[in-house]
Design a protein around this ligand. Structure first.
Ligand code: ADP
Ligand code: MG
Ligand code: MG
Length: 201
């Protein structure tokens, strides 16, 4: 991944999070504490600023910086989880790995930290199919793979609606968490849609 693409991705995520913050917060009001949009807006505004003032380097540097900024600026569950995701991505790219390998490392990091499995109604339900779709389409080039990952993430997010939450705040609701789309799976789909958009340019 080129450094310019990584910078464009973080800028696009920041814009998307700003546009969708109210919707993310609404989803989190239904099954959580209503702060997911606010959390992510604060985090990505800070990450975009940190990346803007970051000296030229590599895509791995940009994504690693994004991760450490999210870790330090966002409380709650999603800050450490998205921080881990971007740090794992950055670390893999800096070591010379591919984006497919980076996405797999990101998923591994999120699962190791949050201990959520597919079906628990979390961001893992969007990230897991996205990583698989990216890997399956990687041979067709970055743009096609990113589009496949974004489509799979959106589908994975929609698939959380009938699930009962088994991790995070939503799990406190038990059966009452059924019938709502998971906020974190929704924001993961936004992040991958932003990747597909900038990669297609
Ligand atoms: P909090 O729940 O602490 O207020 P946010 O509202 O920002 O944090 O984020 C909530 C989202 O975090 C959930 O919708 C879910 O997708 C994700 N999440 C929560 N716990 C976990 C976990 N253990 N593993 C993976 N994702 C999780
Ligand atoms: Mg919340
Ligand atoms: Mg909270």
């Amino acid at each position: 991944m080129e450094e310019e693409l990584a910078r464009a991705w973080i800028a696009a995520v920041t814009a998307a999070v700003r546009t969708e913050a109210d919707r993310l917060t609404e989803l989190d009001t239904a099954i959580g504490d209503g702060d997911h949009g606010v959390n992510l807006r604060r985090g990505f505004d800070a990450a975009a600023a940190a990346v803007d003032s970051l000296a030229p380097g590599s895509a791995g540097d940009v994504l690693g910086k994004t991760g450490t900024t999210l870790l330090s600026k966002v409380g709650g569950a999603s800050g450490p989880l998205y921080g881990t995701l971007f740090r794992a991505l950055g670390k893999t790219l800096r070591a010379g790995g591919s984006l497919a390998e980076g996405l797999q490392a990101a998923l591994d990091g999120v699962r190791q930290l949050g201990k959520a499995a597919p079906g628990d109604k979390t961001m893992v339900d969007a990230l897991t199919p996205a990583v698989a779709a990216y890997a399956a389409a990687a041979g067709e080039g970055e743009a096609d793979a990113a589009r496949a990952a974004a489509d799979a993430a959106a589908q994975g997010a929609r698939a959380t609606v009938p699930m009962q939450a088994r991790k995070g705040r939503a799990s406190y609701l038990g059966e009452r968490s059924i019938g709502h789309q998971d906020p974190g799976a929704t924001s993961t789909a936004l992040i991958l849609a932003a990747l597909a958009d900038v990669t297609a340019r």
